[in-house]
Every structure is written in structure tokens, then in C-alpha cells.
Design a protein around this ligand. Sequence first.
Ligand SMILES: [Zn+2]
Length: 321
Amino acid sequence: MKRLIAGFDIGGTKISVSLGTESGKILGKKIFPSARGRQVKESVRQLKSALSALLEESGFGRRHLLGIGVAVPGAVDPRREGVLKSPNLPSWEGFPLKRVLFKEFQVPVWIENDANAAALGEQYFGSGRGIDHFLYLTISTGIGSGIVANDSLLRGASGLAGEVGHMTVVQNGLLCPCGKRGCLEAYSSGTAIANYVRTALRNGAKSRFFRNIKLSEITGRLVSEAARTSKDPLAIQARRTAADFLGIGLANLINIFNPQRIILGGGVMEHVEYFWTPMMKAVRREAWPLSLRACTVVRSPLGTEVGDLGAIAIVLDQMRP
Ligand SMILES: [Zn+2]
């Protein structure tokens, strides 16, 4: 009998529900906006109807469903039954997600932090296959990671391992959304790249590309475009600076974890012009040469599917013998 897995990738702005096979073939997918505010129940209702529709469209029934993997943007409670803390989706905090979904579908449900889920996606379907020691980092609005050591996900004492975005890289540095100062995320995320350009323009820097653009409309993606298409010197400088800090962060991780591979995903990694070379230069400058020799740094081959495949991989990871 065909065995299927459902993946729920819950994001701050959208939710993706996918139905896939054990080998990572996505049979169908539905995307809808996440309900903001106090409407977690509305999102759960949509999750239920999206999965029911996907099962029907695929020609399979609920009896083919092996389990549901749920990737959430935040900290999962230690018993992994729901969301403990999520700045992006505060209304989900404390909601008994696992129990509600189990009641509806009568199949095992597992919840995982989204960066951890993405690392599992790489382990089962991407660049982490056949590798016992690797890190997956997403460089996006923020910076998150999942760490695989000795072939299994490193969770830490209370499930919070892998918050590499909040390693301090500058003493008394820029303010991070987490409330601390000098975090890697405040220097190398897409948000940080946009902030760099905004601050420079406010301080009188000149840029032909950004001349007629409102400060509030500057994003990491736009800075990437300015560097690639217009070779805008300010945009290039912003990306090179962010890349240098990321290289320092990666070198720290290489020195601490001695991984075989570091896999980089997320929006900032969609285009690597004026980013990859300065990042690797910093890695070579800061990493311990012996550890660096054992490690390769690569881009995620899963691209935009990493969220769906990660959610599906949560189930595979739980069911492995
Ligand atoms: Zn921080």
C-alpha cells in the first residue's frame, strides 16, 4: 500500500500544506496566508480542509497517511506538543496543536522548529544525505540553523540548540530583534543588509539606484538586485560587509562542531554575487585550518522546496528504526 506523508510548513506570513511520498516526491500542495492575531483556530481549520482536499485530489485516502510533520517558526515546547514562543505567530503560543491535529486525522503528528525541520529535509533529500555531521543555516529575514551531529538532530537541554543567529560577533554592537546587541543576525540577515543601506543613506551616502526609493521600501532582496543589475557601490558594500560577518560566524561553527558540510539556504542565498567570495574569504581567514580541511560549504539544492520537504522529513526522522 502506498504510504504518504503530510507536511505543514507554518510561516509568519503563509502556510504551505503538502502531500508527499517517503522518497520526497511532492504529490500536491496548497498555500494560504497565516491567520494573524488571535485566529489560530481559523488556520487549523484551513489546514484540515487543505489536507483533506489534497488526499482527495491525489486519489488516496486517510488510511494511506503515515503521519503529519509540522514545521513552526519559533521554539517548540519541550514535550513537542505545540509552540512555546513565536514572535511571528504569538497567537499559536500554548495552543494544543498536536492534540487538535491528531484528533482530526488520527495519525501521528510531530512538531519541529522550522530550521531544524529544514536540516532534516537536507538530511533525507538534500546535501546532508549520507553525512553524519553537518549544519544547515537559513540566511533570510533572520538567521536560523539546524545542527546534525552523529547522524541526529542536536536539540540541546531544552530544545533550543542551533540559535546561531544570536551568537555575538560584535561587542556592544547593533541591536538585534531578539533584544541583544551584536548578534550575527544583526549583521548578516536580509534585514541587516537592508538596514546597512538605510543607515548609510540617512548618513548622507549617495546612490543612484536608491535615489528615488523610500527608505521603508528597501529590502535585502532589493539590495541584492541593486548589486547585481546596477553594480551599485553602496549595495555591493552592504552585501560584502554582511558576507564577511557571516564568514566569521561560519568559521566559529566550523571550529566548534567540526562538520563535514555547511549547507546554506534562505532568501539571501538566492543570488550569491558580491556575497559568496567575501564570505569564503572570511571563513578561510578565521577557521582553524585543520577543521576547515574537513568541511565544504555549499548552497542548499532544495531551494524553495526545503520548507515542504523539511516538514515531511520530520515524520521520516521519527519513524526511522
Ligand atoms: Zn539576537
